[in-house]
Design a protein around this ligand. Structure first.
Ligand SMILES: [Zn+2]
Length: 124
């Protein structure tokens, strides 16, 4: 874990605390771009189908003209821990950013793994 990785976890946690205050938004992602910017996103929960925060972060990156994400982390609302990307997001992230680093694990001792090395994820 680099200092910038810890800062990314803090950024995602801050977004979760500020913006995930209803059942409509329960997860927050922060992603660092290759040039050091941080993109954040929350998920969308809806009966008609929602979207994971990682997916929305990919769209936000594209919207902002960002070509490469370097590191990503997702955290849950209400102080929940770091969340591993779901299978669909893992596939999306691997396809879009094969060199992406993903922060996973216990918040007190998080680890950084290549997106291609993620173990089967926890559903969310
Ligand atoms: Zn997902």
């Amino acid at each position: 874990m680099r200092d910038t990785d810890r800062a990314l976890v803090q950024a995602a946690s801050a977004v979760a605390k500020l913006r995930c205050r209803s059942a409509a938004h329960t997860l927050a992602t922060a992603a660092r771009t290759a040039d050091g910017r941080v993109i954040s996103a929350v998920n969308v929960v809806h009966v008609a189908g929602g979207a994971c925060p990682e997916t929305i972060a990919v769209g936000t990156a594209a919207t902002q003209g960002v070509g490469e994400l370097e590191t990503i982390v997702t955290v849950g609302d209400r102080g929940r821990s770091i969340v591993t990307p779901c299978a669909a997001c893992r596939q999306l992230l691997t396809d879009r950013y094969p060199a992406l680093r993903v922060i996973v694990g216990n918040p007190e001792d998080p680890k950084v793994l290549p997106v291609t090395d993620l173990t089967p994820p926890t559903p969310h």
